[in-house]
Ligand binder design. Structure first.
Ligand code: SAH
Ligand code: ZN
Ligand code: ZN
Ligand code: ZN
Ligand code: ZN
Length: 438
């Protein structure tokens, strides 16, 4: 049995997170599964319990109730209101600038009373307002919505890379930390020319950015909560001027469905393409930041992409951040449609250029003479297996029963159904390595 995504379909019902996605549930021994709609953004029923069988008849009363429910489950302030509130907030003297930690909200003096039993921060400085990702709690939903913020080093690397490649505009899709680094420099350094538009489902950011800087967006169904106006903002941003090349950078939660993400990114790319005739058959330059074990899934949807060896590090992730003692290897990589040889990785961190592969690789990634490529995916040194005709992880051994390489203590029986999360065989959803991030 299992669950799989059929995708966004025209006429799908909506939950508070926009149009629901169509799924199919296949029970064991059954030929055809039953199809149903569920929330695109929340994998946890506790966050959004929207559910509807595809063939279910929904009465007019229930439809009306649902619409009302969706309306009531929108944020209490609109983006416009939040922008106005921000304008008033920055006029306040430091001593009157409070941020409610419980409500995750900047407070105006008239609202103090209402939040008097809540924990709050005082003296919110201009520097704090420039770094909302530090002020806000990272969302911690175990399944899809967890926020993992780039470590400074990785964020700075990305920005330097973007600039050195000649980009002047960044469509930041689910990368609030990168967006804020760009916005912060733009507001402080006079000759800093890069601009960013943040698309993210985390509406708390609307307190800090105008409608031209942030769109409330769902990347699993390409839904702009702000409607046509927000769509237009995005379109306008993508309409590049002559010397303002644009790149899309995205770091989605990876408990999510790759195909849903890919379909949204294709739509954003199409928006970019529609803005100008001059793009010919080019694809919008993109960095998709995602774990290396999703490589085959990403390439399935974007054959033009390749995976870089650079290990993206995070601040608030216990497993993937740089330890003081030695380095934990992060599994997160950059996938891009730019030419790999252009993506210069820092020599100080051990990356080197492989002249044969024409790309930068990590220090332990050895060029295999037989495969004729630098084959390591995880940063460790891989070894070539002659019967498998490929390089494998250092911890793997060739098993003659299975006729492939595996961990020494594996059980010699193939699970034929692929994992529900990543599609790979050999493990089930509950033990999928891609979920270990949460
Ligand atoms: N490393 C990035 C943050 C990545 S965490 C940085 O430091 O900037 C994933 C981001 O995707 C979060 O900002 C989260 O709010 C956003 N996100 C999660 N689900 C989303 C959805 N359905 N649509 C749009 N953004 C989403
Ligand atoms: Zn409060
Ligand atoms: Zn090589
Ligand atoms: Zn090899
Ligand atoms: Zn075996």
């Amino acid at each position: 049995g299992g669950l799989s995504l059929l995708g966004a379909v025209p006429g799908a019902p909506s939950c508070p997170h926009g149009p629901a996605l169509l799924f199919v549930k296949i029970s064991q021994g059954q030929e055809e599964g039953r199809r149903f709609y569920a929330c695109s953004a929340c994998r946890d029923r506790k966050d959004c319990n929207f559910f509807q069988w595809e063939d279910e008849k929904v009465s007019a009363t229930r439809l009306a109730a649902r619409e009302e429910y969706n309306r009531n489950h929108q944020p209490s302030f609109t983006h416009r209101q939040n922008v106005e509130r921000y304008k008033n907030f920055v006029l306040l003297p430091l001593s009157k600038r409070r941020f409610c930690q419980e409500c995750q909200q900047l407070l105006l003096p008239a609202e103090w009373e209402k939040h008097s039993s809540h924990q709050f921060l005082c003296d919110i400085s201009a520097a704090q307002l420039r770094s909302p990702s530090q002020l806000l709690y990272p969302l911690e939903n175990k399944k899809t919505n967890a926020q993992y913020l780039f470590a400074d080093r990785s964020c700075q690397f990305l920005l330097d890379l973007i600039i050195s490649l000649g980009f002047r505009r960044v469509l930041s899709v689910g990368t609030p930390r990168l967006h804020e680094m760009i916005q912060s420099k733009a507001s402080q350094e006079e000759d800093f020319r890069v601009r960013s538009l943040l698309l993210d489902i985390d509406f708390r950011y609307s307190q800090f950015y105008t409608e031209d800087e942030f769109c409330h967006y769902n990347m699993f169904n390409h839904y702009f909560f702000g409607g046509e106006a927000a769509h237009e903002t995005c379109r306008k941003f993508l309409h590049q001027d002559k010397d303002e090349r644009i790149i899309m950078v995205t770091d989605p939660p990876f408990g999510g469905f790759v195909e849903a993400l890919a379909s949204s990114f294709k739509k954003l790319m199409a928006m970019w393409k529609d803005t100008e005739e001059g793009h010919n058959n080019q694809e919008m330059p993109t960095f998709w930041i995602f774990p290396y074990f999703f490589e085959s899934r990403i390439l399935e949807f974007f054959p033009s992409f390749s995976m870089m060896d650079y290990q993206v590090d995070y601040n608030n992730h216990a497993l993937y951040k740089h330890g003081k003692t030695g380095r934990r290897q992060s599994p997160v990589r950059i996938f891009t449609n730019l030419s790999p040889r252009m993506i210069v990785l820092p020599a100080e961190e051990g990356y080197r250029f492989c002249a044969i592969c024409q790309r930068y690789v990590s220090s332990d990634n050895q060029h295999c003479e037989i495969c004729n490529s630098c084959t390591s995916k995880d940063g460790r040194r891989w070894k070539h297996c002659v019967p498998c005709k490929k390089c494998v992880k250092p911890s793997w051994f060739h098993c003659n029963k299975c006729n492939c390489c595996a961990l020494e203590n594996h059980t010699c029986e193939k699970t034929d159904a692929g994992c529900f999360v990543c599609g790979k065989t050999g493990h089930k959803r509950s033990t999928c390595p891609s979920l270990s991030r949460s």
